[in-house]
Design a protein. Sequence first.
Length: 551
Amino acid sequence: MTKPLYKFGASACLGLALLSSCSQREKADLLVYNANVYTVNSQFGKAQAFAVKDGKIMEVGTSEALREKYSAQEEVDANGKPVYPGLIDAHAHFYGYAVNQREADLVGTKSFAEVVQRLQAHRKEHPGAAWLSGRGWDQNDWSTKQFPTKDTLDRLFPDVPVIIERVDGHASLANQKALDLAGITTGNTQVQGGKVEVINGKLTGILIDRASELVYAKMPSPSVAELTQALKEAEQDLFSVGLTTVVDAGLPKEAVDLIDSLQQKGELKVRVYAMLSPSLENKSHYFKNGPYTTDRLNVRSFKVYGDGALGSRGACLLHPYADRPLETGFLLQTVQEYKDLAAELYQHNFQMNTHAIGDSANRLILQIYGNLLQGKNDRRWRIEHAQVVNPADVPLFGKFSILPSVQPTHATSDMYWAGERLGTDRVKHAYAFKALLQQNNMIPLGSDFPVEHINPLYGFHAAIARQDAKNYPAGGFQMENALTREEALKGTTIWAAYANFEEKQKGSIEAGKVADFVILDQDIMTIPPQAIRNVKVLSTYLSGEKVFGKP
């Protein structure tokens, strides 16, 4: 009998030891292991596992060590898949993207006739809508690369106001009904920072930059319920492509307040870095009360428009357009207004983020910034897009610690026609991401969606390969300004976080930071460039909570 009793005693002791060991392990909410983790820490190190508690990362290390140290309520076996910090879009229009879901989608149309067909189909789906609107057309994608006119819209939709926005948001086409409601006439409508196109004494319906606002001001606003539903649906689109933080460029106070209220109620989870539009209401409220920050919302910057877009020839250039020798584009405000606004933002300690496309606009904004910043600083003022920068002005980014916030897919969308606008010499100074990166040793990356596609991996591909979805051109577009994969990943994680003053909270998988991360089905750091746009998001986590992916 002694032998069986001995065996029983030993087994019981072993069981007690295991229980004791279990009870001594630290508690965690989530443990991710067997992963190929790109931490994006200062050494750009890799790991196998990390533990999460109360929405933050506790420790990063090997699978063996962390599984032995932590007892987690939930464990995720990543099966060797790559894990990255939650992706950040450094410049987008989340609120606008959500609202635009109610409009006709005109992206990718190959002719104005196709635009009209989509408008007719959208009208059939929404016959009672007070207005017919759409977004996304680009005449540069058509065989006839000229702005369309309103004639067809007048004939097909004589009794409903129609306005359709160009893909870059800097030009629109309106029918006569919409023009009448806005009070736009051939001789009397002058717009600071905009243009009403008139040819042979007649309105064409084309409205450049701020001229479009005259029509949009007459459109009825969606209800709070409609906006709430649209934001929730748009958020799911973000999570499905691995985005956990989005920088929303240019919001009114009511939009910020709605996003905040939905986040506070748990109805909206995505993190938002909100750039305010410089309206009197926004300045009055935020200058008095200062920046506003919660766990999910950060409001400490203003978005300013310097000029228009290159595609609609609204970008302000130092020398005339190569294809319009009498035009140089224009600023959207007076030089003094930019100077005054910059001084206000500096005084009240808000970040200034200015849209500047043309080399003239970039030079002006760099000089205005420099006069206030006076050398190296930690204000982190940004120039959004920085598309065409004269080589003599590039060093000013480094001299005054100004961050160029760029969108890699702009280069691969515009490359087909940018040379026509700029000429063979000046186009070499466009989309110069590498040269801009070298000024401050960082460059935050975004998409500008819905101007470009919402998927940040498209931008990653465009940044490293300088090719579009068709892998055109062979060898890449102006490859001297391509980024490395490490730079591209940093641009959409830690550098984007830095540009938001958030590098201590997010942007890498490190102890103490929020547990925002994404698991992909392939490793974008090693697979062939042409395969990157086909990579799928398996799971997206925000504060350790799965917000996208299979249960």
